[in-house]
Write a protein that binds this ligand. Structure first.
Ligand SMILES: [Mg+2]
Length: 226
């Protein structure tokens, strides 16, 4: 276990956190819950653009990324059926986001390829203390621990290599399941693969809609992380 994670797990104070009665599995969202991009998304985008000779302010990138990300979520919400996905759709999502952030500049394809590789590398991510500590606490209590993320199949490649992701017993990525959170089908698939009833699962996540509201709607226990 690396030192940063060890310190995070050691400093975690469950504050009386006990699994709800009958709980069998704790399912963690990944980005914003267990790990975060380091450098930040705007910094990574600015660096990839600079490698293609485009200078962009990270502050402007942050705003454009946020708008582009929301636009892609809205496309998925309006699709029929809503929030169905695939490997192709996830690649198309990120290509469209990069294109919008950089205003369809000719360098977009090269920047997209650069960023696709970047976020598929272990070095692009760093662990978050609270989620890491909670995962350790869940494992110590003998619970099954899984990852459930709207990240695509790149998650499978890095999950085994980054603590605390590597501690998880199972990894569920939306592009492989065929549904994104908040689709009910995403939650039903995870239940089936875990062999658990909804009330036997706790979802830990950072997104008020995709994790907390959707998990609650699925009948799971939920725990939000700041
Ligand atoms: Mg998240």
């Amino acid at each position: 276990m690396n030192e940063a994670i060890k310190a995070a797990a050691a400093s975690f104070r469950p504050g009386g956190w006990e699994p709800p009665p009958g709980l069998r599995a704790v399912v963690f969202d990944v980005v914003g819950t267990l790990v975060e991009p380091s450098p930040s998304v705007p910094q990574a985008y600015a660096a990839a653009a600079a490698r293609q000779g485009l200078e962009r302010d990270p502050g402007e990138i942050r705003e454009r990324f946020s708008a582009a990300w929301r636009r892609q979520e809205a496309i998925d919400a309006a699709a029929s059926p809503p929030f169905a996905t695939s490997r192709g759709r996830e690649a198309a999502r990120w290509r469209a986001i990069v294109a919008e952030v950089f205003d369809q500049q000719p360098e977009t394809d090269a920047i997209f390829a650069d960023l696709w590789d970047h976020f598929g590398r272990v070095e692009a991510w760093r662990p978050l203390p609270f989620g890491s500590g909670l995962m350790r606490a869940a494992l110590d209590r003998g619970l099954t621990v899984a990852l459930a993320s709207n990240f695509d199949e790149r998650l499978h490649a890095i999950a085994g290599l980054i603590e605390p992701l590597s501690w998880a017993d199972q990894v569920f990525a939306s592009s492989e399941i065929g549904w994104r959170k908040p689709a009910a089908e995403f939650f039903r698939t995870v239940e089936q693969r875990l062999g658990c009833e909804p009330a036997e699962i706790l979802l830990v996540g950072d997104d008020p809609d995709l994790d907390i509201a959707a998990g609650r709607h699925a009948g799971w226990h939920v725990l939000g992380v700041a």
